[in-house]
Design a protein around this ligand. Sequence first.
Ligand code: FAD
Length: 350
Amino acid sequence: MELHDSIVIGGGQAGLSASYHLKRRGIEHLVLDANAHPGGAWQHRWPTLSMHDVHGVADLPGLERAEDDGAAAAREAVPAYFRSYEQTFDLPVVRPVEVDAVTDDDGILVVRSGERAWRTRTLVNATGTWTRPFIPYYPGIETFAGRQLHTVDFTRPEEFRGQRVLVVGGGQSAVQFLGQLAPVTDTLWVTRHEPRWRTEEFTPEAGRAAVALVEDRVRQGLPPRSVVSVTGLLLRPQEEEARRLGAYERRPMFSRIEPRGVRWTDGSFEPVDVILWATGFRHAIDHLAPLHLRSPRGGIQLDGTTAVADPRIQLVGYGPSASTIGANRAGRSAALGVVRWLADEAATLA
Ligand code: FAD
């Protein structure tokens, strides 16, 4: 079986950026992507998420995205750009390949997908979070007689017309869902913490400070928090109507779920038809478990993008680089990490 210099797992923003930088440095590699089409997680975003709604999708390195009027659906505009990006730079993407395990076979990494396997000297993991939706457990969750769905299942607000929708979660997705739902349904919002609204302009300094906080966590081997969780929430003009309707008057978390609604510790009860869990994601890294990269503190400790436990492995789109800008930078850093490791290996063998 051929031995590759590097394999990138995942063909989203982080994986494509890594592939671009590896190619520029002449590193032979493959990109294995689980999706049947280009676009990473963007192809699965809800249809009503327009380019106007997203917080700014950074261009991938070396190719500007054509201007759009903002009305285009993100699930179409971004994948179209990724497709032309892969073609322009002739990136070696193989799909669909869903990697289920990476093992170490006598110093060579073996990347497995069902019956198929690839051997490689180094690995760049760029699998994002979309495939690992997170729903917290609350007592009674299994008894709820209405509909429960997660951010990944949301399609359009009209689907919920005439129903009472409980939105759970304190992130930007919850804020956007309420903005769309409140004008057409009856909504209720619960969050674990008092929402922290961002009133000041979002400056590059504030962005860097937020990223530095998350960077510090992964340097210590702690599980990363999302960058958005430390930047604060933003209400935009398209959420104004929901605000006027009182959709952002949040309640603290309930203590249990009953067949027809939710109950708080003080005994109060609210009937709801739908629970929309906008409760975020975890990193999709189960396939790396055989490599034992996790630190005793629960996260994968990184030095830049390099796994401290195994410097053959780079993680991009993880923790502080889980944004389009962060993913771009991480792709470059990962390529440099791969180059460094291959050079060290060649020097050792010489
Ligand atoms: P993804 O785009 O998720 O790509 C990962 C790829 O890896 C996918 O193609 C997937 O199929 C593949 N994959 C996963 N597991 C495997 C496997 N086992 N084997 C093979 N392939 C696998 N960031 C911004 O900067 N601006 C925004 O406006 C913004 N909006 C967002 C809105 C929402 C609703 C969410 C959830 C996130 C948003 N983000 C935004 C964050 C965004 O997710 C990142 O910025 C970026 O798109 C993530 O890129 P990625 O390459 O790490 O992951």
